[in-house]
Design a protein around this ligand. Structure first.
Ligand code: ZN
Ligand code: ZN
Length: 401
């Protein structure tokens, strides 16, 4: 459906991403790509009937790998492929995320500049997709975790130089590999990788530019090193102990636990080394997340899609796991919207307020009764454009320059 100058969503109950409940019968008026106002019974050029439905901000997945197509060995499929091939296949994942109501993804490492290219093509309006916030390649020690989608760096000066180079290439944030992990052969998640000194250099360069740094950190030593270096976020955090959790709370560091990733990779089907390590990390996470929720760590939703056997559809399961482990359904919705926006450092989306980008999800059941109702999609609006209307999708745009 081509964009309308004025669009209104009428008759639904609205959660703005920040408040404590859905408000009854609130209309949303959209002008071009932005929310103009929230009110009652708005008139517009085009109206969407949301009677009895639930309106909320478009969802945010704080940890995806936009280059990976779901399957048992997503990296195997792209190894040796050109940047052009990978950028084009990544479009499929952009559509797939958006069709779930995920209107923003943070890409937590991609081959060379493919993430930035896709981000910019979507931003230009030529193809339809979610907002993409990307780090480009991660920074990892030589042969370290995820070296295949990383720039390999050693020593603080080298890290500083590469961080500057990444910002020259227009990355949005920096991702550090602070520990080993699951989906890289020949390393253990418990072992630390980048040093405090190396990670401090990256944090200094990023923070000078008001940009964020997040660290893949599964083992305790890696988590503590990253926190000491001054990162803004911890990805996974599986083996965080009470001291690490307390430090995250004190420093206001965001945790993106990606629980579904470890649950999924531990299932049979992926390589033996993946299943073995993931089984251990899955159990560590189940123990850690309860404590982190109770301690009040700022937790945001991310899936780590599409790591082995972990497709983007698992997003809703991640929110359900948060709730199972002690988070209220309201906080789970915030972890998917306003808190996620804070975690990834964007202020234009993640809540429904006048002036914000019109990234909106309308579902046919109350998610505060059952988070699974988020799967019952009626409408998806991305930057003011209706991309899903019931069972019809509008992912094509006629564009003239
Ligand atoms: Zn990771
Ligand atoms: Zn990841």
């Amino acid at each position: 459906m081509e964009g309308f100058l004025m669009l209104a969503i009428n008759g639904g109950h609205l959660f703005d991403g920040i408040g404590d409940d859905f408000q009854k019968n609130v209309s949303v008026t959209i002008e071009k790509d932005k929310i103009m106002n929230l009110g009652y019974g708005a008139k517009a050029e085009k109206t969407l009937d949301a009677t009895g439905c639930y309106i909320l901000p478009g969802l945010i997945d704080c940890h995806v790998h936009i280059n990976w197509i779901p399957g048992p060995d997503p990296q195997g499929f792209i190894t040796g492929k050109s940047d052009s091939f990978i950028a084009l296949t990544s479009c499929n994942m952009a559509y797939r995320n958006l069709s779930l109501g995920i209107t923003t993804v943070r890409d937590c490492c991609a081959q060379t500049t493919t993430g930035m290219a896709l981000r910019d093509v979507i931003k230009s309006g030529i193809i339809v997709g979610p907002n993409i916030v990307t780090c480009g390649p991660a920074l990892a020690i030589t042969g370290g975790h995820g070296f295949f989608l990383s720039a390999e760096v050693n020593g603080a000066d080298n890290v500083r130089a590469m961080t500057r180079k990444l910002f020259k290439d227009k990355v949005d944030f920096i991702k550090l590999m602070a520990s080993g992990g699951v989906y890289t052969e020949g390393e253990e998640p418990g072992f630390p990788q980048m040093t405090v000194e190396e990670m401090t250099a990256a944090c200094e360069e990023a923070h000078k530019r008001s940009k964020k740094v997040t660290a893949h950190a599964e083992g305790l030593a890696g988590i503590m090193n990253a926190l000491q270096a001054g990162v803004d976020g911890i990805e996974h955090g599986n083996m965080a102990d009470d001291e690490a959790i307390e430090m995250m709370v004190k420093k206001g560091v965001y945790l993106v636990p990606t629980l579904v990733c470890f649950e999924s990779m531990a299932k049979p089907g992926a390589a033996d080394f993946v299943v073995r390590k993931s089984e251990i990390m899955k159990l560590a996470s189940r123990n850690m997340i309860k404590k982190a929720i109770q301690a009040g760590v700022k937790i945001a939703a991310g899936t780590d899609s599409s790591a082995p056997n972990n497709p983007p559809e698992n997003y809703f399961w991640e929110l359900e796991l948060f709730h199972e482990h002690g988070m209220s359904k309201l906080d789970a919705l915030k972890a998917a919207t306003s808190r996620a926006a804070e975690a990834i450092g964007v202020d234009y989306t993640g809540s429904l307020e006048a002036g914000k980008m019109a990234d909106i999800l309308v579902v046919e059941g109350n998610p505060l009764e059952d988070l699974g109702n988020l799967r019952k999609i009626r409408y998806i609006i991305k930057s003011g454009q209706v991309v899903v209307d019931g069972d019809r999708t509008y992912f094509h745009r006629t564009v003239n320059m």
